[in-house]
Design a protein around this ligand. Structure first.
Ligand code: GLU
Length: 426
């Protein structure tokens, strides 16, 4: 069993997300002195479903897609986690993302376990009709596994409220009752929550601001760079700018842009809306996506995919704080380097937990059939994120470890306690 987060230097770096997730778990479990039996239970996914999904494409031809749903753990409540549509989805990636959901829900102390789904596809190249047929087929195939008290999907990379509406409808039609609580991230008019769309970014900005306070960084003179300009990244840029940060660089899958005087985020959002990318935005110079990660800034927000900060570029990172809006952007080897350099990494399971926190609020509102105003949602979110930041920070100090290991120790401790009290059935 690997007990250290950093692979030996002369071997190729481990980039398999599930093996990375296991090594993050092992590092914290060892520090917690978690008993071996419990380790074996908690490090593996409880259920993993692999699916073949035949879909009639607009051309008339049938294409069979690969899809997955993995339920990692339900000790603390129903499984919870998004569904990702992306050409690079893999079974191991979905398993890693499912386990990260377990630790994320425990870090912010909401009563859910962890799950994740994914389909290997490129939704940018599919028509709306193709996407609907694929989504409904997938929803039907997982419908025995999911449910408001079993497993509750949500959006993730390249999935949105429309896709959640189709899942909710497919589940409701096949179960004979309208069931809004089966997914979160729905349109507001179908039982979605105010503030859910911004929640991942809002939570990330809350904890980034707390970290600035702890490190004595003045928000009025603070700078930030954002890698990835999708739901999390673009809204994080907007909210950081609103908090006083100068956003000097951003990137998306087509390239990066830099303006050391600060980008006009409102115009940039309008430009992205029109052209589909930040590349080519006037009033900024062109830089590579990699260079965006390596700028000297107070806060760097990786908001794209896994394995962006690795052993190859960790030494070049010059941010004071890395706030992980994405899941898994930093490898364990890079973590070791960043920690040595004194960079505070706000780990994904803390920094992007605002999304699932407001998903929890949405689920509570659906079950109670009683809906809150956005101010109420944001106030509650700030309270949850503030408490989680303090819990993680305290645990990291207590064990003299980085914030990621602190978050894992906190989360694994909570899940272990629930598992022990429930006992192993039968
Ligand atoms: N996909 C988001 C995440 O990775 C949200 C999950 C949810 O709301 O269930 O945290």
């Amino acid at each position: 069993m690997a007990l250290t987060a950093s692979p030996v230097l002369d071997t190729a770096e481990e980039l398999n997300p599930f093996r990375i997730a296991m090594s993050q778990f092992d590092t914290a479990a060892e520090l917690l002195r978690l008993e071996p039996d419990l380790r074996e239970v908690l490090r593996r996914p409880r259920r993993s479903l692999s699916l073949s999904l035949p879909v009639r494409m607009d051309s008339g031809k049938i294409h069979v897609f690969d899809g997955y749903r993995v339920q990692h753990n339900n000790s603390r409540g129903p499984c919870k986690g998004g569904i990702r549509y992306h050409p690079n989805v893999s079974f191991d990636e979905v398993k890693a993302l499912a386990s990260w959901m377990t630790w994320k829900c425990a870090t912010v102390n909401i009563p859910f376990g962890g799950a994740k789904g994914g389909i290997i596809c490129d939704p940018r190249k599919m028509s709306k009709g193709e996407l609907e047929r694929l989504t409904r087929r997938y929803a039907y195939e997982i419908s025995d596994l999911i449910g408001p008290d079993r497993d509750i999907p949500a959006p993730d990379v390249y999935t949105d409220s429309q896709i959640m509406a189709w899942i909710m409808d497919t589940y409701s039609m096949t179960h004979g009752a309208s069931s809004p609580g089966v997914v979160t991230g729905k349109p507001i008019w179908l039982g979605g929550s105010e503030g859910r769309n911004e929640a991942t970014a809002r939570g990330c900005v809350f904890v980034a601001r707390r970290a600035c306070e702890v490190l004595g960084i003045d928000l009025k003179n603070a700078t930030a760079a954002v890698q990835g300009f999708g739901n999390a990244g673009s809204i994080a840029a907007r909210l950081l700018a609103k908090s006083g940060f100068k956003i000097i660089a951003v990137s998306d899958s087509r390239g990066g842009i830099l303006n050391r005087k600060g980008l006009d985020v409102a115009s940039l959002l309008a430009y992205k809306e029109k052209t589909g990318s930040v590349a080519g935005f006037s009033g900024a110079e062109k830089i590579s996506s990699e260079a965006v990660l390596e700028l000297e800034v107070d806060v760097l927000v990786p908001a794209a995919l896994e394995n962006q900060i690795t052993r190859a570029n960790a030494e070049k990172i010059r941010a004071k704080i890395v706030a992980e809006a994405a899941n898994g952007p930093t490898t364990p080897a890079a973590d070791t380097v960043l920690h040595k350099k004194g960079i505070m990494v706000l780990p994904d399971i803390l920094a992007n937990a605002g999304g699932v926190t407001v998903s929890y609020f949405e689920w509570v509102q659906d079950l109670a059939e009683d809906f809150w105003e956005e101010g109420e949602v944001n106030r509650r979110l700030e309270k949850v994120m503030g408490k989680a930041f303090d819990d993680v920070h305290r645990t990291a100090k207590e064990y003299a470890v980085d914030m990621r290991t602190g978050a894992y120790i906190l989360a694994i401790g909570r899940v272990a306690k629930a598992t022990q009290s429930r006992g192993i059935w039968p």
